[in-house]
Structure formats: C-alpha cells, structure tokens
Design a binder for this molecule. Sequence first.
Ligand code: PRX
Length: 695
Amino acid sequence: RCRKTAEPLLSAFAARRDSLGRVKATRRKMVKQAVGGDPVAPPEGFAPNSGVDSYEKYKVMHDRSLEDPKGFWSDVIEEGGLHFEEDFDRSQDVFSYNYHHTKGPIDIKWFPGGKTNLSYNALDRNIKQGRGDQVAIIWEGNEPTDSSTLTYQELKDLVCQISNYLKSVGVKRGDRVNIYMPMLPELPATMLACTRIGAIHSVVFAGFSANSLSDRILDNKSEVLVTASGVLRGKKLIPLKQIVDDALEICEGAGHHVKTCLVLENKHALAKGKCSVKDGRDVWWEQAITSQPKECDVEWMDSEDPLFMLYTSGSTGKPKGVLHTTAGYMLGAYTTVKYIFDAKPGDIYWCTADCGWVTGHTYLTYGPLLNGVTTLVFEGVPTYPDAGRCWSIVDKHKVTQFYTAPTAIRSLMGFGNDWVKEHKRTSLRLLGSVGEPINPEAWLWYHEVVGNKNCPIVDTWWQTETGGIMITPLPGAWGMKPGSATFPFFGVKPVVLDEKGNEQEGACEGYLAIKQPWPSQMRSIYGDHPRFETVYFKHYDGYYFTGDGCRRDEDGYYWITGRVDDVINVSGHRIGTAEVESALDMHHSCCEAAVVGYEHPVKGQGIYAFVTLMDGAEANEDLRKELVMLVRSEIGAFAAPDAIHFAPGLPKTRSGKIMRRILRKIASNEYDQLSDTSTLADPSIVQKLIDSKQK
Ligand code: PRX
C-alpha cells in the first residue's frame, strides 16, 4: 500500500507564492465588481454610542493605543467599570513580549500582577450595576414556537449551580472541561461556570464526529465532559449522547477515562429514555444541577492564567488547542463589542455563530455580556422552517445588531428578496460579517435589502488565534468599501510583508502579519509551545504571521484576500487539507489523496479531493459515497468533500512533492493557467488529470 509522505511543517510556506497569485486574480475580479470603488458613506443620522464618529477621532485613539497602551487600556477598564480584584502593576509596562524565535521562547504577557475573573465581570458586575432584571440571554429554539429568556440574575444563579456541581466532582482551577452541546442557554452558562472557577473550557462544535471529539479529549486529557441528549437542526436529529458514547469508548481504548459526563436532556429533540446511560459516569443535568446552591465564590485569576482553549485546523497535523488567557482576552472582548458593534445595555444583539467556534465565544457569549447587552442564542438553522427565519427572529425579538457569515448571506440571497421583505426589520441598527471574505455582491445585498441602507456593515477580520476582531470598520466613522475590512482596531499594528519579509509601504499586496501583541492574542498551543512558535513566528522572525494574504489600497483600506496556506475556508469554517487527506487515506481502496479548495458560489470555498486508487480497486459511485462518509465520520459532516475526482496519478516534483498549484487550477477548470509544468516528474499527468475530470 503506498502511503502519503508527511510533508514538512513549513511546506505550506513554499506554496504561498502561487496561492497569492490565485487570490490576487479573485480579488481583482471582486474589486472590479464593487461599486466604482468609492466608499459607501455611513447611513445618514447613524450616531455611534461610543462617540467615535469620524476617522480623525479614531486615529487619535488608535495612535494612543499603540503609543501609550497603559493609558489607553487603563481608561477602557475605568470607563467600563471592569473589575480587577487586584490592580495590575502600574509601575511596569502593560505588556511584555518576545516575537523573535531566534531570541528565546516566544512569550506574550499583558497586565502583569493583575487578578480578575471573566465570569464575575460578565455577570456579577452587571448585576451590581443594576442590570439583574435585564434579560441576558434570549433563547430561540429550532421550532419558531420555542423561546425563553434568562435575566442576568437568573443566568448568574444557573452559572453558580453549574460551578458548584463541577467543583463537587473535583474540577479545580486549571483543570480542563470539555463541552459538546447544542445551542441552548446551558452552553454559554457552562462556559461561564468554568471561567468562574478557573477551569479551562474546551468547547467542541456539536457537528464534529466521535473521532474528532475523542481526539480533542485525548489531547487535553479532561476528565469531565458536558453534553446533551441530542439536537434538532431543522428536521435533522443529531443524537449527541450516542456520539459522545462512541467518543468515550475510543478514549477508553486509548487508556483515558472520562470520569464524569453531565448530560442535559434536550426534551424537544431527544428524550432521556432514548439515550444509554453508563452508571457511575453519566449524570443527568436535572439531578446534578437543580439542587445546587445559587451562590458560588469566584476564583480570582492571574491576568495570564489560562482561560479557555479552542481547537482549530492548521495546514498540517492535528487541530491545535489555541490557548487564551484571562485579562487580555476579557479586555479584547469587551472593547471590540463596545466600539465595533456599538453596543450598550438594552441592545438585543444576535450573533448567529455556534459556541463551538471562536465567534460564539467572543461575540455571542463573553463580549456581549461584558457590555451588559441581551444576547440571542439560536438553536436552529437560517432556512428552517423557511428562508425568512432570520428576519422573523429579528422582528420577534427586536434585534438591534445582527452578525453572521458571508456564506449565510449568500445562501439567503439565493432564496430571493421576498423572504426578507415580508418582515419589517426596523429594529436593526447594524449588520456584521465574519469568517471569510465577503464578495461585493453579497455585501451590497446585505446592505441594501437586509439593512435597507440604514445599517452600517462591519466586515470584521480576525481569527481563533487573535481572540477578537483585528481589522474592521467602526460603524459611522468612515465610508465602507464592499469587501474591505477597512482599518485596524485599537491596539492592532498590522503590516503587509513581501516574500522576503520586508514591510511594504503605501498601496501594496502581500502577507498579513502583526507587529506587536494585542491583549486578546493567543499565548500558546495547549501542550505544544514549540508548535505555536513554528506555526506563527518562524515564517517571519519578529512578527505574528496570520496565514492570510492581504492588499492595502491607496486609501489605506485593508482587503483580506484569503488563506495563503493549505487551509480551506468552507462556509467560514477552517479545514486543514491534511486532515481531510488523512481521513481519505484510511480507506483501503485509497492509495493517495490530495485535497484543494475551489471557488464555491455559496460556501466561499468547496473541498475538491483527488484520489488515486490501490491496484484492483474500482472507481465507482459506491466508492465515492464511502469516501465521503469516511470524512464525515472522521471529522464531521461540514468537512465532507464536494467533489471526488478519481485520479490516474498526482502531479509531483522529482522529489515527490505534490504540486497543489496545478491541482487547484484543474479543480477550478482553469486549464489555461497551468503555467510551468516542466518541473514535474511526469508532465503528462496533467493532461491525464484534465481528461479524467472531463469524463
Ligand atoms: O482567512 C481568514 C478568514 O478566516 C480565518 C480565521 O478563521 P477562524 O480562526 O475559524 O475564525 C473565524 C472567525 C473569526 C482568517 O485567517 N476570515 C475571517 N474573517 C474574515 C476572513 N477573511 C476575510 N474577511 C473577513 N472578515
């Protein structure tokens, strides 16, 4: 059986030159389509609560955030009334760092000597400020008839009960807790319960398979898992507890025992009685939580104590546990929501992300609650029971800010304007976009049809690693260009580097890197600091490398052009090509697999898999289905390839490296742009691949 040779860790780097060429071409097309290139003025009369209503005001604040970070962040803390149990040491710099892998370990620290607690600031602080009876969470179920609310006081009570239970089963400060739950209020409540007692949560998106869940549990060796019986997404039932049982069995096989599995019965999805229960390990939520006291002391955490981890895909290897720490993340979440979403208590803010992704951490849970707003948790999908669901929710709950991904916008756009127009949407003040480049066509539809041209659009660029938004419009402060994330947020110093790592000036195109730390930056990869250094700091010594390509135009606007490594962004979800390839490789008929992304009208990028077969294996429809099923079960349904191409061979250099540039062109039908193929060990393979595709 032939095996795929492991590519060296930095191989993605070598592929960047051609990927940049690829994104350049796409971007040129997008820019041309945009409305003459002129900025779209902020809606008339839009007055930001934050008072930052002009570029000039922003510029003064942005300059200060870089030149006097201590003064800037001290003011943020004071104005927001954010509570530090022990103030950070004001005699020192507010941050210290080393970004040079050549000068010892990469190290980033903010707010030295401070002690605080995120859960306290999100809940107790709001209650102390008089918001106990204000709604903290509106929950909207999969069925339009299901909804409920929790006030700040009720949420705090629930959080304390969960904290007390976790403590009763031995969870202590620094312990990891895995969470695999649907979008019920208990999910953000469990996250808040962990941060209250200093436990590090790791939320695993409840669309991941048993294999992916067990990989994550085995990586962080947590002994506690919180889950639910099941979930309905639209009409589709996902039996979460069953998936958990499978995952925990895999863990057992690998010698790791999860001691406590707390299970919430999601009554309208899957009744308790339909789940199997392992005595001594599985505990039903009702029994465990409802009798717990509603008070629980907070654990005062050092500024740099770990807060949570979240696994994300890279170009190579297993997903990595991105580790965030306490004070910096809290400050980032608070400040970005305040200025970018123009949030204030009383706003009804809806971020459609799932808590399984970073957006659900920072912009559904922590950021909104730190700002005392009401955050909406939606269990269902935007097209159930019909394509007007989002706008009917907006009207039902009087949503003021709406934040979603371009893939959702494109998908809803495809259903036509009537679904939007039959709802009023008059409560909306602001719209946001995140997760992938937004094409100008979708941007304009969002602005004109959804927002009636009354809402600024914040196209926010950031990453799991950055913890919070990095490049974004401030609403009402300057004109927007459809498809551009515009300017850096406070504290963020982006640079555009050329191939050799030189900073470029003025209008330019290259690789996006960040020159100095910002508070919510990740601090490490859980259990693997060397990998953290290699992935983010070895490409360009002295810079945090984002993995994204970027253009800065003559007006200084930043345009993110997409990943320049072997990461595919499917519907705003990051998927490493290597992960999909190793799943396909597991099939006994698969000799070798190579996966690339290609332009997809709704998902942004689709997954295209080239598969060569073992001798004697037959390329047929059944095998295609088996391969797709394998990826679904290894990773999750969202990573299923859109196309499987049974290939006669793969284009390789003489040293055996797959030339993905050629595969991308073939996947995208760009046969005239194959450029130089002479370095291939067997150049004739290109024509054979084209012929086999057309068959
Ligand atoms: O390529 C960029 C793209 O999403 C990547 C980060 O993915 P993830 O860590 O899963 O976080 C998604 C939510 C922040 C980035 O490296 N990306 C994110 N936002 C944008 C974007 N690309 C273009 N424009 C954006 N607004």
